[in-house]
Design a protein around this ligand. Structure first.
Ligand code: R5P
Length: 293
């Protein structure tokens, strides 16, 4: 194992140089994967824009009923036309998502804590690979807690899921959690995103931060950015715009869509940035127009 102390600081990110070894497939770092894995990734990342709008509604797995998600059966059909991927628990997907829906599925597969715990960093693999196959999941989402008490078990959960995913051709999305005691610095996100990619995750979900371009540059698989706590719509769209402009291949947004006064308009506005090159200002104008219709 390399020494922990006295290492040189990494700085040669070459953010202006495109990722090498792309070989024609549009999803970063995935060119050497098998056809089935690529098919799932192509369901997630639009082959034209290369990007994705994931709608995250898995909050109930530790928060229970969440503001804006009280009636998934009513909300999901309203938003379906405007998103590429539904990210949820198997309970929510099986009960509230019409099976004829043609959207990609990001299945939350770890759980084990709740809002009643002070330390949320201890989870287990709750969904086995057979059920992910039955659910026709396009990726399995595993929460990880780098630097927290539950680091070891969460990286074990991730590695086991990646192993099973490679066995059966289902990609794994490593989710970088930030907790009370954990840093939200570019130093932390550089460490966590690269670590998860090196363990074999095919997609990384993380947060936007300063020097984001360097984080993207050093991560050999696509990064999607979590929305985080509800912001005013214009600020959430600025977050989306900065993320995409600086190299994210998508947004995995929950509260900033489902807690918006106009969730469908917000989902569409995010899609304009992600797939159609809108600026944050243009997307906000679109949101305002769409919310009055
Ligand atoms: C986080 O653990 C949850 O899995 C959510 O999917 C994630 O936080 C994205 O939702 P939001 O945009 O509300 O942060």
């Amino acid at each position: 194992m390399a020494d922990k102390d006295g290492n040189k600081i990494a700085k040669d990110y070459h953010v202006e140089v495109p990722f090498a070894n792309q070989g024609g497939f549009h999803v970063k770092g995935s060119n050497s994967l098998d056809w089935g894995m690529k098919k799932h990734l192509a369901n997630i990342f639009d082959p034209k824009s290369g990007n994705t709008v994931m709608f995250a509604f898995d909050h109930g797995y530790f928060m229970g009923s969440t503001a804006g998600l009280e009636r998934l059966d009513l909300l999901i059909p309203e938003l379906l036309p405007y998103v590429d991927v539904l990210m949820g628990t198997r309970g929510a997907l099986r009960t509230c998502v019409p099976p004829e829906c043609r959207k990609a599925i990001a299945l939350r597969t770890t759980s084990g804590s709740s809002m009643l715990n002070d330390d949320l960093s201890h989870e287990v693999i709750a969904v086995d690979i057979e059920d992910s196959i039955r659910m026709n999941a396009d990726c399995m989402a595993v929460q990880t807690f780098v630097g927290a008490d539950g680091q070891l078990s969460s990286l074990d959960n991730l590695s086991r899921t990646i192993n099973a995913g490679f066995r059966y051709g289902i990609p794994t999305m490593g989710v970088v959690a930030v907790g009370k005691q954990m840093e939200r610095t570019d130093r932390f996100f550089k460490l966590a995103t690269r670590l998860l990619a090196e363990l074999g995750a095919n997609i990384i979900k993380t947060y936007y931060c300063e020097n984001f371009e360097e984080i993207v540059s050093a991560c050999p698989v696509p990064i999607v950015v979590a929305g985080g706590k509800k912001l005013p719509e214009d600020e959430a769209l600025t977050l989306a715009y900065r993320s995409i402009s600086e190299g994210a291949r998508g947004l995995d947004m929950g509260r900033n869509i489902f807690q918006s006064e106009h969730p469908a308009a917000m989902a569409q506005a995010v899609g304009k940035i992600v797939h159609h090159g809108f600026t944050d200002k243009q997307a906000f104008e679109f949101y305002q127009d769409a919310s009055h219709q």
